[in-house]
Design a protein around this ligand. Structure first.
Ligand SMILES: NC(=O)CC[C@H](N)C(=O)O
Length: 391
């Protein structure tokens, strides 16, 4: 017997016909997206605001969500980016000294649906077996046939450029504590810091905070920036950001990356890593259910050290496609042996598939920001994040 449809009843329908029933604790109406799971035990605010989740509905495997509310400091972009949020149990009375609103208020502010009462362990196991799949959440009907038509008409992520929906509209200078997008794109005079041009494909703020904390000034550019515009600001290095969707769908950024490789030191994270792989002639493919969470073991094969890493990706650079490319494979995922990092052998460029900036997650890999700084300083300028730029 199905339970009666209540005012806040909600239904999650997957493209294979599986139905989960629960209750909306925020928002209402319908939401479409690829359903993916995240195994982080905390950090829901950072997950919700990570632009890489555009196009996706996220479920947390940790059973209780909302306990510490939402604060002003843990934003990874200016908005909630997930299409909807799926939890086992919502805690509606948050308690934390930094919290100034509840998770439900936050989702409502951005018109996003949050549902609870879902057996998220069953949902996660289902996705692990069947792979990440398209789904719909509805609070206005339980007409499965009608909803299935909507799911079937939804194109999913493959081949779709989602970067253009999350990139910034114009260049700006980043400064931690200043509202992003408000500072003119001009380097301050007489400053010793290294200058980094960041291509924003949906960048997480903590990457920009980390670059700044490592001794860099960062100019952020929209994803459609040309290599010539980047070169015109005379950066010491170029950073390729994380971002949503299928890396092979952003050919225009890949072209820009191709032109910049060898001209400037390059560091890429996640989508940035994938775009670098594609620009070098490699291929990407879609993982069955992706890596999302704060406990992904990665081995640095150059040192033998294992890092516990924060991850959020569904696509991956195919190791076998790099056979003829002069790169060294530097990092590998210990769960499934997929590629997690590479370094070019002839030009100053390296990238990682995972998230050294954490937010949320462990900080084992934050040394990579210093590695980028050293790469920009070049061998002759020695080490140290705040060494003069020699101009
Ligand atoms: N975090 C990211 O940059 C994700 C990259 C890409 N959208 C993927 O899902 O693989």
């Amino acid at each position: 017997m199905t339970s009666p449809w209540k005012r806040n009843s909600a239904l999650l329908l997957l493209e294979d016909g599986t139905v989960f029933r629960g209750y909306a604790f925020a928002g209402g109406g319908r939401a479409l997206g690829e359903v993916v799971f995240n195994t982080s035990m905390t950090g829901y605010q950072e997950v919700l605001t990570d632009p890489s989740y555009k196009g996706q509905m996220v479920t947390m495997t940790y059973p209780l969500t909302g306990a510490y509310g939402i604060n002003d400091e843990d934003m990874e972009s200016a908005a909630v980016q997930v299409e909807a949020f799926i939890v086992k149990e919502y805690q509606e009375f948050p308690s934390n000294w930094r919290s100034n609103r509840s998770l439900a208020d936050f989702l409502n502010e951005y018109n996003k649906i949050g549902i609870e009462g879902i057996d998220t362990r069953a949902l996660t196991r289902h996705i692990r077996m069947g792979g990440a799949m398209r789904g719909i959440i509805a609070t206005d009907t339980d007409n499965v046939k009608e909803l299935m038509e909507e799911v079937q008409a939804y194109p999913g992520l493959n081949g779709i450029d989602l970067v253009k929906t999350v990139t910034c509209s114009k260049p700006y200078l980043w400064r931690t504590g200043v509202k992003p997008g408000t500072l003119e794109p001009k380097w301050p005079e007489n400053r010793p810091e290294l200058r980094v041009a960041a291509i924003d494909c949906g960048v997480k703020y903590n990457i920009l905070r980390k670059l700044e904390a490592s001794g860099c000034q960062v100019m952020v550019f929209p994803a459609h920036v040309s290599a010539r515009e980047i070169a015109a600001c005379k950066p010491d290095g170029v950073f390729l950001s994380n971002g949503p969707g299928d890396p092979s769908a952003v050919g225009y950024v890949i072209e820009t990356v191709r032109s910049l490789l060898g001209e400037k030191p390059v560091f890429g994270i996640c989508l940035g890593h994938q775009m670098m792989g594609l620009a070098l002639g490699g291929r990407t493919f879609k993982l069955k259910f992706g890596h999302r969470g704060g406990n992904q073991p990665v081995k640095d094969v150059t040192t033998g050290k294992v890092e516990i890493t924060s991850q959020n990706h569904g696509y991956c650079v195919d190791i076998d496609s790099l056979g003829n490319v002069p790169v060294k494979l530097t990092h590998v995922n210990l769960n499934d042996n997929t590629l997690e990092g590479m370094e070019h052998l002839e030009i100053p460029a390296f990238s990682v598939q995972y998230h050294p900036e954490a937010s949320p997650g462990p900080h084992d890999a934050s040394y990579l920001f210093d590695r980028f700084v050293r790469l920009m300083q070049g061998p002759e300028r020695g080490h140290g994040a705040s060494a003069p730029r020699g101009r």
